[in-house]
Design a protein around this ligand. Structure first.
Ligand SMILES: NC(=O)c1ccc[n+]([C@@H]2O[C@H](COP(=O)([O-])OP(=O)(O)OC[C@H]3O[C@@H](n4cnc5c(N)ncnc54)[C@H](O)[C@@H]3O)[C@@H](O)[C@H]2O)c1
Length: 322
């Protein structure tokens, strides 16, 4: 099978490329390297089943050719990360809405299956758990720019569902929850790589807010396994599916755990949200997925324990730093 991975030089995309190549598939990547890097895919260079193109998904001509030549599109390219989106509000909306619209329009033109990456951010300010795919979504006002990421991904979901309903296009929406592992960068606001790098340098580990907000964390290998199974699954058309781990932890406890597992001498400090992100920021206090639908569709759910994921990721950053 020929699979086009948009955003394939990024964190999730590059791991997906590794899995697809290992499974014997042919892979093409399009990536503009805005947050991804060629280093993430350099080890695949020279493999006759691997090809990449440094370009933007907004380039319709290039996307037309790439989508016409593949059997399936996994659309991961996006402006990602709270910090990145707050710093680049306009281009982030353009990439996430126009880029996805381009991918869907062309997938429809050539009748190709397309998986569209969405995010747990679309759930907004829920306090209950677990979050199910048909739950209501609760957002703050548009003056709070953090919601633009969620809203832009929600428009992607509506567009993908509309293509499915009106054109019978095989679209699957994957709502990824916090995914972690090797190659993730801490540059754009991702909490785990940031904490690990601070811990390994014995710098203060900076928790934003009071640290009582909770998250679940999903190992990258589990996420790409789920994506691979969804590529092959014939029952997912027109579905929205959560992909996430279910082990819930507060961010303060996460900081302590990372300090302990990395043998760090860092102190843990709490920084008010307005100092970290400016005054118009509000956080989501809780985010735990229901994985019932994922399990029903592909017979697999992410289950790698958090300690094991963190140990693996700490080792990666330790080796990278030395
Ligand atoms: N990592 C997570 O925890 C997480 C959680 C929820 C959703 N997601 C979604 O998964 C997808 C992949 O995220 P990731 O964590 O691998 O982030 P990432 O930043 O590592 O990957 C995104 C990739 O898209 C590329 N890109 C951005 N704009 C582009 C454009 N205009 N043209 C071509 N390439 C472009 C970037 O260079 C990068 O390589 C995104 O759609 C993101 O919203 C990720």
């Amino acid at each position: 099978m020929k699979i086009l991975v948009t955003g394939g030089a990024g964190f999730i995309g590059s791991h997906l490329c590794d899995l697809l190549i290992a499974k014997g598939e042919e892979v093409t990547v399009i990536d503009d390297l805005s947050t991804g890097s060629l280093e993430n895919i350099s080890h695949l260079n020279g493999n006759p089943r691997f090809h990449y193109c440094v370009n933007t998904i907004l380039n319709t001509k290039v996307m037309d050719r790439l989508i016409s030549e593949c059997d399936c599109v996994v659309h991961l390219a996006a402006a990602v990360g709270v910090k990145y989106v707050l710093e680049n509000p306009l281009s982030s909306i353009e990439t996430n809405i126009l880029g996805t619209e381009t991918a869907l329009k062309l997938a429809n033109r050539y009748r190709k299956k397309i998986l569209v990456a969405s995010t747990s951010e679309v759930y907004g300010k829920h306090m209950h758990a677990p979050l199910k795919e048909d739950d209501n979504l609760i957002y703050g006002p548009p003056s709070t720019m953090r919601w633009s990421y969620a809203a832009s991904k929600l428009v992607d979901e509506f567009t993908a569902l509309a293509y499915h309903r009106t054109k019978k296009l095989d679209t699957v929406i994957i709502r990824c929850f916090n995914t972690i592992g090797p190659r993730q960068t801490g540059l754009y606001g991702m909490v785990v790589p940031r904490f690990i790098q601070q811990a390994l340098r014995d710098d203060p580990i900076t928790v934003y807010g009071d640290g009582k907000q909770t998250r679940t964390f999903t190992f990258i290998d589990d996420v790409v396994e789920a994506i691979y199974r969804l590529i092959k699954c014939e029952k997912g058309a027109g579905e929205v599916v959560n992909i996430g781990g279910t082990e819930e932890i507060t961010i303060a406890d996460l900081a302590h755990k990372i300090k302990e597992l990395s043998g760090s001498n860092s102190e843990i400090v709490f920084i008010p949200y307005d100092k970290a992100y400016g005054k118009d920021f509000e956080d989501m206090m809780r985010r735990v997925p229901s994985v019932d639908k994922l399990k029903a569709l592909i017979g697999f759910i992410p289950e790698t324990p958090l300690d094991q994921i963190l140990k693996n990721t700490i080792e990666y950053f330790r080796a990278k730093a030395s």
